[in-house]
Write a protein of this length. Structure first.
Length: 284
C-alpha cells in the first residue's frame, strides 16, 4: 500500500497544480476582457455630428396664411444650430428644378483648436468672443433674408414639389454632414399632370403617379436624408390623409429617412435624432 501511495502522490499534486493554473488563467482572461471592454467604452467620446439643413419654402399660390408657422419653424431650426453646422434656404416654385437656388445661407464656423501647451488662453477667449459676436450678426442678417422671402408675394400659380425634391437630392450628394431636409409646404402638387387637391385618391392613382414620376427620374435616391414636413394642409381631413399617405409612399421609394410623425402642420420632434436618416424601414 505504501508503494502505491508514493506513486499516486506526485500525480495528485501535479493535477492540483494544473487545475489551479487553469482557474487563474480563466480569471485573468475574464478580468482582462471586462477591463478591456470598460476601457474601450470609456475611450469613445460623445462627438457632435455636424448638420447641413436645407429648407424648401413653398412660395406658390396654393400656400396661404402659413408665414407664422413657417417663420417659427425656421427660427427653431436656426437657434438649434451648433458650430460647424450649415443652413440653406431655397424656394418651391412652379418650376422648382429650373429655379433652384439659395435665397439665404448660413455657415457657423468651428471654434479654433485649443492646445493647453501652446495656446494663449486670453487670446483664445477673445477669439471665441469675436466668433460669438459674428454669429449674432450673421443670424440677424439671415432672419432678415428669411423675413423678406416670407413676405414676398407668390408669383407661381403651380407647385413643383417633385422638381424641388429632385434638386435637393442633387445638392445633398456632396454633403458629408448629417443631411436634413425640411419642406415648408402644404404638400399639394399642382402642375400640368396632377392637381393633388382635385383628384380622387385611391391606391391605383397613387401607383400611377409614382410610376409616372419614376419614369421621369423624379423619384431620386434620398438615402441618408432626414425629412421633415411642416405646413401640411388640405381642404378636408380625408384629403390631408390621402396626400400624406402618397408622400409616405414616395419617400419610401426614394429611400429617405422619413416617419409620418414628422409630417405635420407645425414643427414636431426637433432636433432630429442621430438615426433620423436611417431608411431601414422602422422610420417609415
Amino acid at each position: 500500500m505504501r508503494k502505491h501511495s508514493l506513486i499516486l502522490w506526485p500525480t495528485l499534486v501535479l493535477s492540483m497544480l494544473l487545475a489551479a493554473c487553469s482557474h487563474n488563467n480563466k480569471g485573468a482572461k475574464a478580468t482582462a476582457s471586462k477591463n478591456g471592454a470598460a476601457s474601450q467604452n470609456a475611450a469613445v467620446p460623445e462627438v457632435h455630428q455636424h448638420k447641413t439643413v436645407l429648407i424648401l419654402l413653398d412660395k406658390t399660390a396654393s400656400v396661404k396664411d402659413q408665414n407664422t408657422v413657417f417663420s417659427e419653424a425656421i427660427r427653431k431650426i436656426v437657434n438649434s444650430l451648433h458650430a460647424g453646422d450649415k443652413f440653406r434656404l431655397a424656394l418651391i416654385t412652379g418650376e422648382s428644378d429650373a429655379d433652384f437656388d439659395f435665397v439665404a445661407s448660413l455657415d457657423l464656423p468651428k471654434p479654433p483648436p485649443y492646445n493647453p501647451l501652446e495656446t494663449n488662453e486670453a487670446v483664445y477667449k477673445d477669439t471665441l468672443a469675436q466668433q460669438k459676436d459674428a454669429r449674432k450678426k450673421k443670424v440677424a442678417e439671415l432672419f432678415q433674408k428669411v423675413d423678406d422671402a416670407l413676405k414676398a408675394k407668390p408669383t407661381a400659380q403651380s407647385t413643383d414639389l417633385f422638381g424641388a425634391l429632385y434638386a435637393s437630392s442633387l445638392f445633398f450628394d456632396r454633403v458629408k454632414d448629417q443631411k436634413i431636409l425640411v419642406i415648408l409646404s402644404d404638400m399639394i402638387e399642382e402642375d400640368a399632370n396632377w392637381r393633388f387637391n382635385h383628384v380622387r385618391w385611391n391606391d391605383h392613382l397613387r401607383k400611377v403617379i409614382l410610376a409616372h414620376e419614376k419614369k421621369l427620374g423624379l423619384i431620386p435616391n434620398m438615402s441618408g436624408i432626414c425629412v421633415y414636413v411642416v405646413g401640411a394642409k388640405a381642404p378636408s381631413l380625408e384629403m390631408l390623409q390621402n396626400i400624406r399617405f402618397f408622400w409616405t409612399q414616395y419617400f419610401l421609394q426614394a429611400h429617405a429617412g422619413f416617419s409620418p410623425d414628422r409630417y405635420a402642420h407645425t414643427m414636431l420632434y426637433w432636433p432630429p435624432p442621430s438615426n433620423c436618416s436611417d431608411s431601414s424601414g422602422r422610420n417609415i
